[in-house]
Design a binder for this molecule. Structure first.
Ligand SMILES: [Zn+2]
Length: 193
């Protein structure tokens, strides 16, 4: 698989880490840049950084120089070009020369959203993917695995499990609209992916 066409922003390598990425400590050679890019947030959820969402995957040296690697949440995500431009702006403002590379493999998963980001989503009023009731994590997960379309989703306002899907597509395609039958509040659910 060719892995170095400088004109092609989208390459696949299979060398990237999977799962949530913590902010690297100062021993990382790119610690400064990781910290700088913490200011780049998800355009649709401005309380979480691209790293916390699992979209920022790597900062690395390559034969083409410094590269910032991002992976879209799902192919065709309309926010992806915005994320690319936001990263470019931060790099430019800091005077850092780096290529932004979009890699599609391994494919992004909502399991890559950090625990901290899931809490921020909830505080923001969005039920995070695989939202679990504190007292019944196992039950909810088992229900979700058994039947994803009828997963028990926890209300981000009152933690009730008594919720119902009102529309499979919410404010964006990656979210569904739910309503809590206890506090009666409508809310977005970030669908597992
Ligand atoms: Zn509620």
């Amino acid at each position: 698989m060719p892995n170095g066409d400088p004109l092609n922003r989208t390459i696949t390598s299979g060398q990237l880490p999977q799962g949530p990425l913590p902010l690297p400590d100062q021993s990382d050679p790119h610690h400064h840049l990781w910290t700088l890019l913490e200011s780049v947030v998800d355009p649709e959820i401005p309380v979480v950084s691209l790293r916390e969402m699992g979209v920022l995957r790597a900062i690395r040296e390559s034969q083409h120089g410094l590269e910032v690697v991002i992976t879209p949440t799902y192919s065709g995500c309309p926010a992806m070009s915005q994320m690319h431009d936001d990263v470019a702006l931060v790099l430019q403002a800091a005077g850092i020369q780096a290529r932004i590379v979009t890699e599609l493999s391994p494919a992004w998963s909502s399991d890559w959203i950090s625990v901290e980001a899931k809490l921020k989503l909830k505080t923001y009023g969005i039920a995070p993917p695989h939202a679990c009731h504190p007292a019944s994590d196992r039950v909810v997960l088992i229900q979700q695995r058994a039947n994803r379309s009828h997963a028990a989703v926890v209300c981000p306002q009152c933690d009730s499990l008594n919720t119902t899907e009102t529309s499979h597509f919410g404010s964006t395609a990656c979210k569904a609209m739910y309503r809590c039958l206890d506090c009666l509040e409508p809310f977005d659910y970030f669908k597992p992916y």
